[in-house]
Design a protein. Structure first.
Length: 349
């Protein structure tokens, strides 16, 4: 059976020519989790010709309440591969380019340049700013969303004079761990689902050149009381769009920032002092032999770690420990992150 786009083709802003344009379009999604699930579904349903999916994670049971494209029986499998299969079920005419890898400074520009638009569905600040910087350098539009508990925000960047990028508003990226993510702060599934649906809508509007694309604006929405605000997002005076006064290249990660080990016993044998940066609740539910210092406390007080020792930071998936290692290196400490976290050892949440 062929896909049926008849209901959206009826719209005068789409029509047969707009549908043909969507079929020729290429969209990159960085992250196929709580935001990426609805983006993927709506873009595939709309007939966007090529979807690039970037996600290095495997599916966890705790993801399912906010990532409805997956099933409990698929826990432990690659999200990129699962998302590719989900698209095939929804619309087999769509071409999927699955990248089961982290979005890094080494691959960001090549990935972004290969698509017409990039959609930020990530869950950490470093990746969001890396997407932003790559989009600016590649001169590609980007659709951003961030969610915290019951609220979130949307922003569109396009390589035009009227558009501010993330660094116009926040010249220095917020350190991961300062503001809680879904694993620490909690979230109800419909919140990222709604923001993801809005990202899909904005992406389609940009591809079809429709009005109302958040031109130079920031949309804020609080679902606790359903309040909404739209703010102007001013471009920095020294920026000459589409060039940016702050972005010259993409900073590379330290090569030895992550360490892959078969067990925590192997870490002890290598004389690492292990620091578990998970929340109190996570640590109580699944304790480790590591010293427990929750991530916010560690970032606020790096003096809790004595200089001279070699530290291995541990969390559930390796994301929070990597963010902490990155920040603590700035203080001159010898820190590494356990690559893949406790999940890579078959432990943790």
């Amino acid at each position: 059976m062929l896909p049926d786009y008849s209901r959206q083709v009826l719209l005068k802003e789409v029509g047969p020519s707009g549908q043909a344009l969507l079929g020729r379009s290429r969209v990159l999604l960085v992250g196929v989790g709580g935001l990426g699930s609805p983006v993927l579904q709506y873009l595939a349903g709309a007939g966007v010709g090529v979807l690039g999916l970037v996600d290095a994670d495997t599916l966890q049971a705790s993801n399912l309440h906010r990532q409805p494209i997956y099933a409990l029986a698929e826990v432990g499998e690659s999200k990129a591969s699962l998302a590719e299969r989900a698209v095939a079920r929804l619309n087999p005419s769509i071409r999927v380019e699955a990248h089961a890898t982290r979005f890094t400074a080494d691959n960001a520009l090549d990935l972004v340049r290969a698509y017409d638009i990039v959609v930020d569905c990530s869950d950490n600040f470093r990746t969001k700013f890396l997407i932003n910087d790559a989009a600016v350098l590649a001169r590609r539009p980007a659709v951003f969303a961030s969610v915290y508990q019951y609220e979130g925000q949307l922003q569109v960047y396009k390589p035009q004079e009227t558009h501010a990028c993330l660094r116009c508003l926040w010249p220095e990226a917020t350190a991961d761990g300062v503001v809680g993510n879904c694993a620490e702060a909690g979230v109800l599934g419909p919140v990222p689902g709604t923001f993801g649906a809005l990202q899909a809508l904005l992406t389609l509007k940009i591809l079809l050149n429709m009005p109302g694309q958040l031109d130079g604006e920031l949309l804020l929405w609080d679902f606790m009381n359903f309040s909404q605000a739209k703010l102007k997002a001013p471009r920095r005076a020294e920026c000459l769009a589409p060039r940016c006064a702050l972005i010259r290249d993409l900073p590379r990660e330290d090569a030895d920032l992550e360490t892959r080990l078969p067990s925590l016993a192997a870490a002890a044998q290598r004389r690492f002092e292990m620091i578990d940066v998970r929340t109190d609740e996570e640590f109580t539910a699944a304790p480790t032999p590591a010293r427990h210092i929750p991530l916010p406390a560690l970032l606020a007080n790096p003096e809790l770690l004595a200089p001279g020792a070699a530290y291995l930071l541990i969390c559930a998936s390796g994301k929070r420990s990597l963010a902490a290692a990155r920040e603590l290196r700035k203080s001159g400490l010898d820190v590494r992150s356990l690559a893949g976290g406790l999940e890579s050892l078959g432990a943790g949440s």
